[in-house]
Design a protein around this ligand. Structure first.
Ligand SMILES: Nc1ncnc2c1ncn2[C@@H]1O[C@H](COP(=O)(O)OP(=O)(O)OP(=O)(O)O)[C@@H](O)[C@H]1O
Length: 277
């Protein structure tokens, strides 16, 4: 269950508080006449133990928001907190450690090491960090991604969907506070997409993982507990318990609405609330 506060901050109501949050997040690229305000004051909470999708038109700031939250980019103003740590103010050294130990990443490109087997790719981050591999958890994750019979295959011997499931398993192995997934199904056919998205959702429902996913696809966003909509670097709406139809409807209504405010309030900073029927 979520509510939009009068101040415009979308806040999920979940036990233990949000796993990540942004306050007054601004990101400006360049300067002077050519400056681009990619994020224009974003306040948002990401629910603990939830799959949150971020949608919006091309250039609306989705990747910039995710990168600022994940410490891959520095905001110009405001704060980005993950599990109580302000990543916007951390030293590079601490950020590197945080990304390695507390965050998981899944990108559109699978980024697997071609000379290693699927199993070796899954444990690689732990091996690099010289952390022990919890074999029971490894088995749980491998079964959840349904890769048991592919563990000894190299990436070139796996389908795109299987490679992305290896990348998902790898992201989960350190039990990160948050998995950030940027267009994880962008290269996949619909069947492989369903497998990857099904796994990301199960990682939340069955393993308690928190996941934040950028996507263009309403069918992908419908796997989320909650969808956030960005436009021109601002949070302009959210949808709880989405379906492909309600996501499409929300996207359609946003593109057709006047610029003074998607909820009709005249306040462009206030997110419109689209509740699934
Ligand atoms: N490194 C950069 N330098 C300059 N401008 C940038 C940079 N990265 C992003 N931008 C600009 O910031 C704005 C937001 O970009 P961003 O990639 O976050 O949008 P997006 O919603 O993820 O887009 P897409 O769906 O096309 O990936 C765009 O206008 C983009 O051109």
């Amino acid at each position: 269950m979520t509510h939009a506060s009068p101040g415009g901050t979308a806040q999920p109501v979940v036990a233990g508080g949000p796993i990540a949050r942004a306050r007054g997040l601004v990101k400006t690229y360049g300067s002077g006449d050519t400056a681009v305000r990619a994020l224009d004051g974003v306040d948002v909470d990401f629910g603990r133990g939830e799959l949150t999708a971020i949608m919006g038109p091309s250039g609306s700031g989705k990747s910039t928001l995710m990168h600022c939250m994940a410490g891959l980019d520095r905001p110009t103003e405001g704060s980005a907190e993950v599990d109580g740590d302000d990543v916007s103010r951390m030293s590079e050294r601490r950020l590197t450690k945080l990304r390695r130990t507390r965050l998981g990443f899944v990108f559109q490109a699978y980024n697997l090491v071609p000379t290693l087997t699927a199993g070796e790719n899954i444990t690689l981050p732990l091996d690099i960090a010289r952390q022990p591999v919890d074999r029971d958890f490894f088995d749980t994750v491998v079964d959840a991604v349904r890769l048991r019979d592919r563990l000894h295959h190299k990436p070139s011997e796996l389908s795109g969907g299987q490679q992305q499931r290896v990348a998902c398993a790898r992201a989960l192995m350190s039990r990160p506070a948050v998995v950030f997934a940027d267009e994880p199904t962008g290269n996949l056919d619909s069947e492989s997409s369903a497998e990857v998205l099904g796994f990301l959702r199960r990682s939340v429902d069955d393993l308690g993982q928190s996941v934040v996913m950028v996507t263009h696809e309403p069918t992908a966003a419908a796997y989320a507990h909650r969808v956030l909509f960005l436009a021109d670097g601002r949070l302009v709406g959210e949808l709880v318990d989405p379906t492909p139809a309600t996501v499409l409807e929300a996207l359609g209504s946003m593109s057709g609405l006047p610029p003074e405010g998607l909820d009709g309030s005249g306040d462009p900073g206030r997110p419109a609330r689209h509740q699934a029927p």
